[in-house]
Write a protein that binds this ligand. Structure first.
Ligand SMILES: Cc1cc2nc3c(=O)[nH]c(=O)nc-3n(C[C@H](O)[C@H](O)[C@H](O)COP(=O)(O)O)c2cc1C
Length: 178
């Protein structure tokens, strides 16, 4: 038997966090859960995030060229993650069930269960099959409170959370290699 070329268990060892990534389309404010967010440079500070092409948040970022990231704490309830991660802003107003604030540039974010908020301006985007990889230069960042950020593996292993199809890591049960 030939050895399987891609053993997806090898990918379980890559680490991610859990964030609410928010943006706006004119007056419509929206956000979604994102796990694939990473700092790629430090001078200037640039973040990359990967969003499914069909997500409403993707449309918002493409139009406004701005986004924010709320860094979620471990205590974040599953109902909160369900609101932002399993529903679309095309159908509901996700910010109606939580606090919503605006940055000086008018980018929405939620301070609920958030340890810090980071705001970025899109400098480029790359088409990656089903997703768009946005690069955003950080223009503002502030700490909201002390705490432990939730990791994607904590979400899977402790909270027993699942990921929907649009998550770039769909099907990858991050945490332990087994
Ligand atoms: C744990 C978790 C991680 C996720 N990570 C991502 C991600 O990194 N990128 C992405 O496009 N969608 C991700 N999603 C899926 C979106 O949050 C989901 O498709 C959302 O409903 C999109 O909402 P929208 O249509 O309002 O933008 C994730 C969802 C969960 C629950």
């Amino acid at each position: 038997m030939p050895e399987k070329e891609i053993d997806t268990r090898a990918l379980f060892g890559i680490s991610y966090g859990l964030y609410v990534l928010s943006s706006r389309l004119e007056d419509k404010l929206n956000g979604q859960i994102a796990s694939v967010v990473v700092q790629v440079t430090s001078d200037p500070i640039v973040l990359a995030c990967c969003l499914h092409k069909d997500n409403f948040t993707t449309k918002c970022i493409r139009e406004s060229r701005m986004f924010s990231i709320s860094i979620l704490e471990e205590e974040t309830p599953m109902t909160f993650i369900g609101n932002f991660g399993f529903k679309s802003g095309r159908d509901i107003d996700k910010f109606s069930s939580c606090k919503c604030e605006l940055t000086e540039r008018g980018v929405p974010y939620t301070p609920d269960y958030s340890l810090a908020v980071i705001e970025a301006e899109v400098i480029s985007e790359v088409d990656v099959f089903t997703h768009v990889l946005f690069f955003g230069k950080v223009v503002h960042a502030k700490v909201l409170k002390d705490g432990t950020p939730m990791t994607y593996s904590y979400y899977h292993e402790v909270k027993k959370g699942k990921s929907p199809k649009h998550a770039p890591t769909f099907g990858i049960d991050a945490g332990k290699i087994h």
